[in-house]
Design a protein around this ligand. Structure first.
Ligand SMILES: *Cc1c(COP(=O)(O)O)cnc(C)c1O
Length: 383
C-alpha cells in the first residue's frame, strides 16, 4: 500500500505510517494530525472546474488512495451566502454565512464522517461506535450504513428528539445515557473494545479533521481564492476549527492563495466554555467543565481532547475565544432565519451573537470581511 500521507503527533515528536486503524499517538495519547508528502500544485485549480461540487473535488488534499472511491452522500459544496442585512446590523463591511445545514444528515458532521468512514472501511473496520451530542451520531449512522457496516450510537438522554429520530432512521443502534458526551465516550469505548467495533469519537481517529478541512478549502474557492479577515466557529470538540486552521495555512504555503490566514474565533456557550476559560487564563490546555449545560448540543463538550490544538490555532491566527449566553445564541439563530432565511441551529446562532460582541470589543473592524458557520439545520432542534 502506498499512502501519500503519514501521521504526525499533535503533542509530541512521534510520527507513524497510516497502516491499519490508527487511533491516537501511542506515546502520549494526543490526536494524530495528517501530513501529506507534497502540497497540491496551484495548477490543479483548473481541474476543479470540471469536478462535482462535493468535498471530494479536493481529493488531492484528502486522504484518498489513487483510484479509490470514497464513502459519500454528496457532502460539501454548501452555499456561502451573502448576508447584507446582518452585515449592516453588526457593522462589518462584508458578511457571509457558510450554510452547513445543506449537507446530507443536516450538519457539517457529514464532512468528517465521510472521510473517517472511507478510511476505516478500507482498513477493514467491522462496525462503528460513536459517542455524540447529536449530529455526529446521525452522520456516523448514515455513513456507516452507506459503507454497509453496523453503527452503535451513545447519546445523552437530553439530545434533541429529532436528532435521535434521524439516528434511528438510518438503522443504527441507539443507547441513551444520563450525563453528557464525556459519559457517552466512556460507554462507547467500552462497547467498541467488547464488540470489535471502531471508535469514531472526535479526534480519537485522524481523519474527521481532514474532512472538516474542506470547509476552509471551499470558503477560499467560493471567494475566488481569497481569504476573509475572520471566521467565527461554534466550538465543541474543535474538529472544524482545527481543520480550517490547517486548510488556510496549507493553502497559503502551497501558493493557492496569498495574504494572511483569517483570524479564527471560537464561540462557546456560557454553560460550557472550557476553551474560553483556558484562552482567558492563557493556558495551553483546557480544564474539564463541571456540569455542562446548553441548548446548543454540539457545544456541550466539557473536556475536548483537542483543547491544546484549538488553543494553538486561536493563538497562531490572532483570534480569540468567547462565550455567549443560551438566550443570546437562540435569539441570534432566530435573527439568521428572519433576516437572511437561514434556518440556523443554536450553534450557528452563537456565531452571530459572537460577531456582535467582537465588533463591540473592537476585535473585528468595520472594514473587515467575516464568515460565520451555520454548522447544522435549525429544524433538527425543534420538537
Ligand atoms: C458538532 C457540532 C458543533 C461543534 O463542532 P466541533 O467540530 O466538535 O467543534 C457545532 N455545531 C453543530 C451543529 C455540531 O453538530
Amino acid at each position: 500500500m502506498t499512502y501519500h500521507w503519514s501521521l504526525t503527533c499533535s503533542g509530541c515528536p512521534t510520527d507513524a505510517a497510516p497502516d491499519g486503524l490508527p487511533t491516537v499517538c501511542p506515546e502520549c495519547g494526543a490526536p494524530w494530525l495528517v501530513r501529506y508528502e507534497r502540497a497540491p500544485e496551484p495548477g490543479l485549480k483548473t481541474l476543479l472546474a470540471a469536478r462535482p461540487w462535493t468535498m471530494w473535488r479536493y481529493r488531492e488534499w484528502l486522504p484518498l488512495l489513487d483510484g479509490e472511491a470514497p464513502v459519500t452522500l454528496g457532502e460539501g459544496g454548501t452555499p456561502l451566502l451573502d448576508a447584507p442585512r446582518l452585515a449592516e446590523r453588526a457593522g462589518v463591511a462584508k458578511l457571509w454565512i457558510k450554510d452547513e445545514s445543506m449537507n446530507p444528515t443536516g450538519s457539517f458532521k457529514a464532512r468528517g464522517l465521510s472521510a473517517a468512514v472511507t478510511r476505516a472501511r478500507h482498513a477493514g473496520a467491522q462496525g462503528f461506535t460513536v459517542p455524540t451530542a447529536g449530529n455526529a451520531g446521525v452522520a456516523t449512522s448514515a455513513y456507516g450504513r452507506r459503507a454497509g457496516l453496523p453503527v452503535h450510537v451513545f447519546a445523552p438522554r437530553t439530545t434533541p428528539p429529532r436528532i435521535l429520530e434521524q439516528v434511528r432512521t438510518f438503522g443504527a443502534e441507539l443507547q441513551l445515557l444520563d450525563g453528557h458526551i464525556g459519559d457517552c465516550g466512556k460507554a462507547a469505548r467500552a462497547h467498541a473494545a467488547a464488540h470489535g467495533s471502531f471508535d469514531m469519537s472526535t479526534l480519537r481517529e485522524p481523519y474527521r479533521i481532514e474532512g472538516k478541512k474542506t470547509l476552509g478549502l471551499e470558503v477560499a474557492e467560493q471567494l475566488g481564492w481569497q481569504l476573509p479577515d475572520a471566521a467565527i466557529y461554534p466550538t465543541g470538540g474543535g474538529t472544524g476549527l482545527i481543520g480550517m486552521w490547517i486548510a488556510f495555512r496549507d493553502l497559503l504555503a502551497a501558493g493557492w492563495v496569498t495574504g494572511k490566514a483569517p483570524r479564527l474565533y471560537s464561540v462557546q456557550s456560557e454553560g460550557c466554555a472550557p476553551v474560553v476559560q483556558a484562552f482567558e487564563q492563557r493556558a495551553s490546555r483546557t480544564e474539564p467543565w463541571p456540569n455542562p449545560e446548553t441548548v446548543a448540543a454540539g457545544l456541550r463538550v466539557p473536556a475536548p481532547l483537542g483543547g491544546p490544538i484549538i488553543l494553538r490555532a486561536l493563538e497562531e491566527t490572532g483570534g480569540e475565544a468567547l462565550a455567549v449566553s443560551d438566550e443570546a445564541l437562540s435569539r441570534a439563530a432566530d435573527a439568521m432565519a428572519t433576516s437572511e432565511a437561514v434556518d440556523a441551529c443554536p450553534e450557528g446562532g452563537a456565531t452571530l451573537a459572537a460577531l456582535h460582541t467582537l465588533v463591540q470589543r473592537g476585535s473585528i473592524g468595520a472594514d473587515e470581511s467575516v464568515v460565520l458557520f451555520n454548522t447544522g439545520a435549525g429544524w433538527l432542534y425543534r420538537s
